[in-house]
Design a protein. Structure first.
Length: 288
């Protein structure tokens, strides 16, 4: 089962989150026919946005990464209900394995930015971005949180891909420093993070997200455990609104071609067929 937990150590001035989401990444891999490299990159982004959205009470968070690498733009979205979805521009990217690892950083690239958009149900969205520093999504996310949101953070993300391309496990953890944390606490945490095995090793060996956090903070109090699932928000109504947003000229062009309009969702690959009669109805709405 995919889920995320959040907790606070009783005697340390941090807050911490951990996630296991291999099931979600595997579903996305199948839906979008991802290469192993694309699965590793998008899986990290999905784990990252699951951590970011773990304490939301309303709304959603969108993580956008565009480093100029062959994978192109990466999008991952998580909401307060534990729903996740994600996609990337080029799902069939293959690069040579280096040091027995998929070269995610190279595939993402570092000549670009990482951006966070928070939709908290207010009139305006909150959006901020920073330059990428490595293309390794965990490092870039930690840098973003530390510099853009002024919250010193440690992030670990990982996806373990089997030889047949399927996802064995995926997840990560996020630890954020509270303003009251002392320097010796920070140094102690940094030492622990350096010593623990990679997150994919821990999860594949059967460690739970709670147990991963206890390796960092033995006295941690788990405040919430939130189930995660893959769920797309596309709908026929959203497709119709998108077509209306194109304007009269585009709708008239569809009618001129005398063909139904086919729209495929980038996230879930759901196909929507918009008939010519419906196009006329949408055009009438614009004219009225």
């Amino acid at each position: 089962m995919a889920y995320v937990v959040r907790g606070i150590p009783k005697n340390k001035n941090f807050r911490a989150f951990a996630v296991k989401c291999g099931d979600v990444v595997e579903k996305v891999r199948k839906l979008q026919n991802l290469s192993p490299l694309a699965s590793a990159a998008l899986g990290r982004a999905l784990a990252g946005v699951a951590l970011l959205s773990a304490d939301l009470k309303v709304g959603k968070i969108t993580l956008q990464i565009n480093g100029g690498g062959p994978l192109g733009e990466i999008l991952a979205e998580g909401d307060y209900k534990g729903n996740l979805r994600g996609t990337l521009k080029n799902p069939q990217v293959y690069l040579e394995i280096k040091n027995k690892k998929l070269p995610v950083g190279e595939a993402v690239g570092k000549n670009g930015f990482i951006s966070i958009v928070k939709d908290l149900g207010l009139k305006e969205f909150y959006q901020s971005s920073t330059k990428l520093i490595s293309g390794e999504i965990a490092e870039d996310l930690a840098y973003y949180l530390t510099t853009s949101e002024q919250i010193p953070s440690a992030v670990s993300l990982g996806v373990l891909v089997d030889r047949d391309g399927s996802i064995l496990t995926a997840g990560g953890f996020l630890v954020q420093k509270l303003p009251t944390a002392k320097q010796e606490e920070v140094l102690e945490l940094e030492e622990k993070i350096q010593k623990i095995p990679p997150i994919t090793s821990l999860l594949s060996e059967g460690f739970t997200p709670e147990e991963v956090l206890k390796m960092l903070f033995p006295d941690i109090e788990i405040l919430e455990k939130r189930k995660l699932r893959y769920k797309c928000t596309c709908s026929i109504k959203r497709v119709e609104n998108m077509l209306i947003a194109l304007g009269k000229k585009e709708l008239q062009e569809f009618l001129r071609k005398n063909e139904n309009v086919e729209v495929i969702c980038h996230f879930c690959r759901q196909k929507y067929i918009i008939s010519l009669d419906k196009i006329r109805d949408l055009l009438n709405k614009l004219n009225n």
